[in-house]
Ligand binder design. Structure first.
Ligand SMILES: NC(=O)c1ccc[n+]([C@@H]2O[C@H](COP(=O)([O-])OP(=O)(O)OC[C@H]3O[C@@H](n4cnc5c(N)ncnc54)[C@H](OP(=O)(O)O)[C@@H]3O)[C@@H](O)[C@H]2O)c1
Length: 349
């Protein structure tokens, strides 16, 4: 039995802790909290031991705290760092390296430059085995993870026949549970977004991918508009739809009017956290035109990286075969069942 500590209990950390607690091969030894707020009680009620920084112990005297983060990190096999973007790097320097611990970092970190947290970005569809034995690995962000699920099958089937891929990312402004962020009545853009380099870091630097990123005032998922240009005539729409039929974590839906339709459905049939944990190709908006295929898909921003962290954890802790790891993740996340339910509800009329 391996001991796993989840450092950070926000949108991502709380989901990871909740899902992996059902894994019989590991023990979630606790979660890390930094602010003495309602989420401390939430974690305790859900059965997690809560650890806090040594220098903040006094702030938590009204809660039943199990110990300090410094102590628990020296007494576990793996830390899943779910801190705010950029903080993972300082945790690496002040905690994980000095205590010689192993860690998974999330998508708000970097793998290049002075603040690099790990040698590479993980994507279970592309480089699962690369994580075996590693001390530090970064899980790609939600958008970066979703893009791998779309591009890798295209690359395997069409290779050099693909001339270029132009993607426009419409990003959600804040998460469902995030009550602190004010959603502005504005559309904002990002100059030099990280997604381009992040995707190319694991798909290959020669991947002909060009990305533009806009943030829109919603909490309900991301939408990606991907135009794939071929050298010569494009494949038919049905060939592209078929390509994703058996892809893990990709559902193909018809008749969806907006991202909230999907969340509402997920909530109505009690998917945990209202997450689908996958991307959804919108078949009505996917079409072939001359030398181009246009694919539109939405990406469950909070849910998609949670099964990925579970797969990455299995590679790092158990060197488990990819097939076994996917089987085990399925037992916890029921992705195939969720995909079937979504595809049945949003089926072609
Ligand atoms: N949200 C998404 O949709 C999404 C999707 C994919 C990837 N990610 C990535 O996942 C990471 C976490 O994002 P999030 O959305 O979960 O953020 P979040 O909701 O703001 O939660 C961050 C958590 O980190 C805790 N924290 C504060 N200081 C910390 C420290 N020094 N070390 C460890 N934890 C600390 C906070 O604790 P307190 O509340 O107690 O202060 C909070 O529980 C980021 O890298 C982000 O880019 C996010």
């Amino acid at each position: 039995m391996k001991r796993v500590f989840v450092n950070g209990y926000g949108s991502i950390g709380s989901r990871i802790a909740q899902f992996i607690a059902d894994d019989k091969d590991i023990e979630v030894v606790g979660v890390g909290k930094y602010s003495p707020d309602d989420k401390v009680s939430d974690a305790i009620v859900r059965g997690f031991k809560v650890y806090v920084p040594k220098n903040k112990l006094d702030n938590f005297k009204n809660f039943k705290i199990s110990g300090t983060i410094e102590e628990i990190i020296s007494n576990c096999d793996l830390v899943i760092d779910a801190s705010p973007g950029g903080v993972g790097y300082s945790n690496k320097k002040t905690l994980y390296e000095p205590l010689n611990s192993r860690a998974i970092f999330q998508g708000g970190e970097k793998i290049t430059g002075e603040k690099s947290v790990a040698p590479f970005i993980f994507n279970s569809r592309v480089n699962y085995e690369k994580a075996f034995e590693k001390q530090f690995v970064m899980q790609g962000s939600c958008n970066v993870t979703g893009m791998g699920r779309i591009i890798q099958p295209l690359k395997e089937k069409y290779g050099k026949k693909i001339k270029r891929m132009d993607a426009t990312l419409l990003r959600r402004w804040a998460d469902l549970e995030d009550s602190k962020t004010v959603i502005k009545d504005s559309i904002e853009w990002t100059v030099k977004p990280h997604h381009d380099d992040d995707v190319k870091s694991y798909m290959g630097v020669d991947t002909p991918l060009f990305i533009r990123v806009f943030k829109v005032p919603t909490r309900q998922m991301h939408v990606h508009l991907m135009d794939i240009r071929f050298n010569g005539p494009a494949p038919s729409t049905s060939e592209i739809i078929d390509l994703y039929k058996n892809e893990y974590g990709v559902a193909t839906l018809y008749g969806v009017k907006g991202t909230k339709d999907i969340r509402d459905y997920a909530e109505s049939i009690n998917f945990s956290f209202k997450d689908t944990n996958m991307i959804h190709i919108h078949a009505d908006l996917t079409e072939a035109q001359d030398d181009m295929i246009k694919i539109t898909y939405s990406d469950d921003q909070t849910g998609i990286v949670v099964p990925e962290n579970h797969l990455l954890m299995q590679a790092m802790l158990f060197n488990r075969s990819k097939e076994e790891a996917f089987k085990h993740t399925e037992e916890l996340f029921h992705m195939q069942e969720k995909k079937r339910a979504l595809e049945e509800h949003f089926k072609k009329q």
